[in-house]
Design a protein around this ligand. Structure first.
Ligand SMILES: [Zn+2]
Ligand SMILES: [Zn+2]
Length: 634
């Protein structure tokens, strides 16, 4: 347990844990050690295992007041713990809590379901009003929060965000703001039902009640837009028109179910967006969904509706103060205009059903939305990936060091990944095994380390001996070539690595979660094996800058198009040979250009050995490659 191990006496039940805290408007989130008080009556303390990173976590705090509110305040402000798309396990319950028990799996709800307020009782809306007053002020119902941090000898209160604050190992919520879901659910996936996926998915089924055979258009094909598409396909729509200014989104959106794609940037002069979309169905569409937050697009989404019955749904969140306009005649013509928050979903009632459907391999298919799973400290990187359009959703996980319950969950659900590592000439298998296993463990709980070693007769190189002569003291050398011109040796060693990759694929490890690395001669084989393999791999780790016969290596016939841009980490020491091309020593930049791959090239001062700075870089590279991180440079 991460619980109160502090040396000073912590108040009873208080937990000391890690959280990502935002201290100032627009600032990066920083990892802090915080205190989380026990739940009061009606409250539940939740161990957050994972949290999706939503655009609102980035955008909304930018409209908070900018002054620090160190004692907590009646207005939202800072410091604050963001995050509202979490998956967790109930750690403890306050007095009177009956709907969840310790150990239950839960999804926090930023729109709760108290089942007692006027809105809940109406059964006409999902907008529970119970926390209206407090949630926007960053506090729980009693006007305080359970988060605090000791800074400069002073205890500082930390505010909540959207009533959830899931960027923390522990958070406290009212019991009515928790959806209890199946314990079979992978929390790293179903956390996305806490906002993004449900927002789009629910809008189709709950808010618009789309029927089979309908026609629909979806404006904006990010995570929310694609969850709309997923639900439209499930509803049996006859036509689904996807609209996005980014042509790169078309292929993925087609895989989700769009039948037509419109790029507003490619509409001929004189034509309009609404006209173009309207025409895709002859007389306009039955349903449209605005998933951007752009008031001009919201208008177009009404104008392209079929008269008499067309219905437009606003899902996107417009900037504060924005206003939207329409010609009233559009409404007189029988078109209607509505909106949806959290997909019109009653969280406690409906999320358990969504999770069960997912577990039965029916929509919502949340896995399709998780682009990358990163450690919590990478939440700022997750924002960056989001803005680059590289991710549908990033999920961050929380450490819970030493927590058996979380470790078991991860073992059961985390994606498999593997690093194949080839040691250098003269290295014994055990000289790298421990390091590579450690590296894999740092990357993911389900990462495997596969160390390939050659049998060694002797590992002493006599002064003055050539490399080839030295190699001859070893057993026949299946894994590392004898010299950079030993083509047969290279081919043999590459074949062994490719067979190892094939074996991992057969075990269910995805190709893009496999990286091949090596040291010295092992690095040569690893690099050649990566860039000649027929399926896209996760990356290549070359720990010595050693490359075999560059003409051979760079020959187009040896390069697989699948791995043309696979990232390469290149740690080249000063004492190592740099690559020779046309009898000239060539540095990493030239190789980068010839490879076409994204190369992280670093030259470290101490040569053949790794140092601490290098190791930190290696850890980051391996962690990101094994977690399926998109390559930022392509
Ligand atoms: Zn959200
Ligand atoms: Zn309510």
């Amino acid at each position: 347990m991460a619980a109160a191990a502090a040396s000073h006496a912590a108040p009873a039940g208080q937990i000391t844990c890690k959280a990502m805290v935002q201290w100032v408007k627009g600032g990066d989130l920083t990892e802090e050690t915080i205190q989380v008080d026990p739940p009061k009556a009606g409250e539940v303390r939740v161990k957050i295992v994972a949290s999706g990173v939503c655009h609102t976590d980035w955008s909304e705090p930018r409209s908070f007041p900018s002054s620090l509110t160190p004692e907590g305040s009646a207005t939202p402000g800072f410091p604050v713990i963001l995050g509202h798309e979490g998956g967790g396990i109930v750690e403890s319950i306050g007095a009177g809590v009956t709907s969840v028990q310790v150990g239950d799996y839960v999804i926090p709800l930023y729109i709760p379901e108290c089942r007692e307020c006027e809105n809940c009782l109406s059964q006409k809306t999902n907008l529970c009003s119970r926390t209206d007053e407090t949630q926007s002020s960053g506090v729980l119902l009693d006007g305080t929060t359970r988060f605090s941090i000791v800074k400069g000898g002073k205890t500082v209160r930390i505010l909540m965000f959207m009533g959830c604050s899931t960027f923390s190992e522990y958070t406290v919520l009212p019991e009515f703001a928790l959806a209890k879901v199946s314990k079979k659910a992978p929390l790293e996936k179903v956390c996305l039902l806490g906002c993004g996926v449900t927002t789009g998915y629910g809008a189709v089924h709950n808010t618009m009640k789309v029927e089979a055979g309908s026609t629909a258009a979806v404006f904006g094909l990010g995570g929310v837009g694609l969850s709309v598409v997923m639900a439209l396909k499930e509803a049996g729509c006859a036509k689904i028109i996807g609209v996005d200014t980014n042509p790169a989104k078309e292929a993925k959106a087609r895989a989700f179910g769009i039948t037509h794609f419109v790029n507003p940037k490619l509409i001929p002069e004189g034509d309009t967006l609404e006209g173009t979309v309207w025409q895709t169905n002859g007389n306009g569409l039955d349903y449209t969904f605005e998933c951007i937050g752009n008031v001009k697009v919201m208008r177009a989404a009404v104008e392209c509706l079929h008269e008499g019955w067309g219905k437009a749904c606003v899902i996107g969140v417009a900037p504060p103060g924005a206003e939207v306009a329409i010609r009233p005649f559009q409404l007189v013509c029988g078109k209607s205009w509505t909106g949806s928050a959290f997909g019109g979903t009653r969280g406690r009632t409906q999320l358990p059903k969504y999770v069960n459907a997912y577990l039965e391999h029916r929509p919502p298919f949340v896995d399709d939305f998780v682009t990358v799973t990163l450690p919590h400290t990478d939440v700022n990187l997750a924002f960056h990936l989001m803005h680059e359009g590289k991710t549908l959703r990033s999920v961050v996980t929380f450490p819970h060091e030493g927590d058996a319950e979380v470790a078991e969950h991860r073992k059961a659900h985390h994606a498999k990944s593997a690093i194949i590592f080839l040691h250098g000439l003269g290295d014994k298998p055990e000289s790298w095994q421990g390091s590579i296993e450690w590296l894999a463990g740092k990357a993911s709980p389900n990462a495997r380390a596969v160390c390939l070693a050659a049998p060694v007769k002797a590992i002493t190189k006599n002064k003055g001996e050539t490399m080839t002569a030295w190699c001859d003291v070893f057993e026949p050398w299946p894994l590392t070539p004898k010299s950079r011109d030993d083509i047969a040796g290279l081919e043999a060693s590459v074949a062994i690595v490719h067979a190892e990759i094939d074996r991992l694929l057969a075990e269910g490890v995805p190709a893009d979660r496999i990286i091949v690395g090596g040291f010295s001669q092992g690095a040569a084989t690893a690099t050649l094996a990566t860039y000649s393999y027929g399926k896209r791999l996760g990356g290549c780790l070359n720990l010595s800058g050693w490359l075999p016969a560059p003409d051979h290596f760079l020959a187009p016939s040896r390069r697989s198009p699948a791995n043309a841009s696979t990232p390469l980490f290149w740690g080249h020491g000063l004492t190592d040979d740099v690559v020779h091309i046309d009898n000239q020593k060539v540095g990493a930049a030239a190789i980068t250009a010839q490879l076409g791959a994204h190369v992280t090239a670093k030259q470290y001062a101490i040569g053949h050995d790794s140092n601490e700075a290098e190791f930190a870089d290696i850890v980051e590279f391996v962690r990101h490659r094994l977690s399926g991180m998109p390559d930022l440079h392509h």
